[in-house]
Design a protein around this ligand. Structure first.
Ligand code: SF4
Length: 332
């Protein structure tokens, strides 16, 4: 119980698990026994992706969270993803393996400051990226992901004035491809901001035939040298369909696991960040999740995501609009 109390306070558990425990088998057993759906983001470690029921980007995970029949959702990603699952499923228990798995991008946009920013731009509709807190979603008109952002923005009448937040790199990219002039919040993801154009070009000299694939959260100079720009799901799809055999991938390195699984005959190289000797770029928040923590969170059914009901209802509407529009987009 002491360990449980420590976990309550810190979101972190230090319980000693017996060495002989087969974590994978135990997790699969508990998952079945408790009717749990394990949803994992593409940026999770390979061992977590391998025990997940569903792997996807933010949009796919939000769709699955809305439709799953399981009693419990265990969200292996970062906290705002658990919040999104709870906003969509207030009646279900939503667990995240580590409460400390935050997001530098979501943290770069505190709700009170964002509200002041909105007030400074009256008569603007507010479009926010899904990487935000529930409180920011609650003051947005619509939420988008990198998969559906351009489609949703293009659906606003051309004369409609828009605010976009929190990612300025994604916002700049969206302005360039949609021809809009959205007012941008000055936020960024520390992982995607770190890619180095010089190091990528240096790497390309040794594999000149490699295609550079970049996520739109990267800075403009990286996007300018990319052969393809897209969400993690779009990058994955491009790599599967491409005849090319070599790819330099400028997004969080966790996606390489699924790319290699889907195309075992192809060569995927993580794009190097500017401050690393290991050559790849990992999100330390995403990587806080471990099999040990997943196992313990299934035993204790903790830590759970809880959201005030008034806030949840407000945050639900812009997510619902997004899911409805992205469904329409698929049918058109
Ligand atoms: Fe947030 Fe960036 Fe980590 Fe994604 S990679 S969870 S945007 S900090």
């Amino acid at each position: 119980m002491n360990n449980y109390n420590t976990w309550l306070k810190t979101g972190f558990v230090s319980e000693k698990i017996p060495m002989e425990t087969n974590l994978k088998d135990e997790i699969l057993y508990l998952k079945k026994k408790k009717n749990v759906a394990i949803l994992a983001h593409f940026y999770q470690n390979a061992e977590i992706q391998n025990i997940a029921d569903y792997i996807g980007d933010s949009l796919a995970l939000a769709h699955i969270a809305k439709t799953t029949n399981s009693d419990i959702i265990l969200l292996c990603g970062v906290y705002f993803m658990g919040e999104t699952a709870k906003i969509l499923n207030p009646q279900k228990m939503v667990i995240v393996p580590d409460l400390n798995a935050g997001c530098s991008l979501a943290d770069s946009c505190p709700a009170d400051k964002f509200e002041e920013f909105i007030k400074k731009h009256p008569n603007h509709k507010v479009v926010t990226y899904v990487n935000t807190t529930a409180a920011v979603k609650a003051i947005s008109d619509i939420v988008v992901t990198s998969t559906n952002a351009a489609y949703i923005i293009n659906n606003f009448p051309k004369e409609e004035k828009l605010i976009f937040g929190p990612d300025k790199n994604l916002g700049n990219y969206l302005n360039s491809i949609t021809g809009r002039n959205m007012v941008l919040w000055d936020g960024a993801c520390h992982v995607h901001e770190k890619f180095s154009v010089e190091k990528i070009l240096e790497l390309k000299k040794s594999v000149p035939e490699a295609k550079i694939l970049a996520h739109p959260e990267c800075k403009k100079p990286v996007l300018l040298i990319a052969d393809f720009i897209g969400s993690t799901a779009a990058i994955l799809k491009y790599s599967i369909n491409s005849k090319n055999k070599n790819f330099i991938v400028a997004t969080e390195a966790g996606i390489l696991h699924e790319m290699r699984k889907k195309s075992p005959d192809k060569n995927f190289i993580p794009a190097p960040p500017n401050d690393s000797t290991c050559g790849c770029n990992n999100c330390e928040f995403m990587k806080l999740n471990t099999l040990e923590k997943i196992y313990l969170s299934l035993i204790y059914e903790f830590p759970q995501v809880e959201i005030d009901e008034e806030l949840r209802k407000k945050a639900f509407l812009p997510i619902k609009r997004m899911l409805e529009m992205s469904e329409e987009g698929k049918q058109n």
